[in-house]
Write a protein that binds this ligand. Structure first.
Ligand SMILES: Nc1ncnc2c1ncn2[C@@H]1O[C@H](COP(=O)(O)OP(=O)(O)OP(=O)(O)O)[C@@H](O)[C@H]1O
Length: 296
């Protein structure tokens, strides 16, 4: 079966020092419906990789394919971005109201706005009571982050690129977003590539781990296997405290949680099936710089 997204020998030079490589030899694929945690220390290039996958930045080498079709052969990047949607770490609201943001995809593509689905999604992320006429710019950071996520989900992309999307959320909101993404993935069959520094979140909500270190994709593994026993020394150092007690993640909590296995579920509104995909939606409304995307 053809993978949904494939990268072959992807390479990126450092934007700040073009003669130095940020990462290279990156080869892996994402299957439809898979949930992949992209892990690694700060500055490895995780956000950069997501932006390359969203055609917002160009790779410096290698190939990127969707359904086996190379990115560079897409005459229209928005056709790619309609299917592969990036949710940025720093949410960017479009000018106008909350409703304008929620309607962005349908406005841009002339497709019907699924208000019932938008309301269900806003409720699921704990924003049922937020006024849709409020200026989006006035929302708090956490409200913007959740609104940006709902805006992305309304596109019904096949692959969600999630960049630390719960980083600025309180614990209750974080639980709600995690539960929503679990439900969404199960019901819509959407795949996720999820950058997170929260190893418990990765272990609970992702099936697969991609681990980046030293400018390479060092491990592609089942999440259970990765957290039980990383295959590389770098992976072991990443998930386990060192001699000084420093830890790159929350390995002890993960270790305690994993033997029982299986994702744990948190409370969240169950989504009902909407009337159908928002065909023709594009990512042009999904954040600053999206229109400036580049082919690999
Ligand atoms: N537009 C840019 N201009 C200059 N340097 C950049 C740019 N974008 C990324 N970088 C640099 O590339 C490196 C990788 O950045 P990136 O944000 O992709 O890493 P990351 O793994 O997502 O980090 P973190 O986990 O801290 O978010 C960093 O050193 C960063 O400073």
């Amino acid at each position: 079966m053809t993978a949904l997204l494939t990268m072959e020998e992807l390479r990126k030079q450092r934007p700040d020092e073009p003669d130095r490589t940020l990462f290279s030899e990156m080869t892996a694929e994402i299957a439809a419906g898979d949930r992949v945690a992209l892990l690694g220390g700060s500055g490895q290039g995780k956000s950069t990789l997501l932006r390359i996958f969203a055609l917002l930045e160009a790779a410096d080498g290698g190939r990127l394919l969707l359904d086996g079709k190379e990115a560079r052969t897409y005459a229209e990047p928005r056709e790619w971005r309609r299917q592969v949607c990036y949710v940025a770490q720093q949410p960017v609201m479009l000018p106008g109201s909350v409703e304008d943001n929620l309607r962005a995809a349908s406005s841009l593509h002339g497709t019907p706005f699924d208000e019932a689905l938008a309301r269900r999604l806003m409720e699921a992320v704990g924003l049922a009571d937020i006024g849709w006429r409020r200026a989006a710019a006035d929302l708090s950071g956490g409200e913007k982050q959740r609104t940006a996520l709902v805006r992305a989900l309304l596109l019904k992309p096949r692959l969600l690129l999630l960049d630390e999307v719960t980083a600025s959320l309180d614990p209750g909101s974080k639980d709600a977003v995690e539960a929503l993404l679990d439900d969404w993935s199960a019901q819509e069959g959407a795949a996720c590539l999820w950058v997170t520094h929260d190893l418990v979140q990765a272990a609970e909500h992702c099936r697969t781990v991609w681990f980046m270190a030293e400018g390479r994709l060092l491990e592609v593994a089942e999440a259970d296997a990765f957290f039980r026993e990383p295959a590389t020394e770098q992976g072991r150092r990443f998930v386990r405290p060192d001699a000084e007690g420093r830890t790159a993640g929350r390995s002890e909590a993960v270790a305690e949680m994993k033997p029982e296995a299986g994702p744990t579920r948190t409370a969240g509104a169950k989504l009902e099936e909407g009337p159908g995909p928002v065909e023709g939606a594009k990512q042009a409304g999904m954040g600053a710089g999206v229109e400036g995307g580049a082919h690999t």
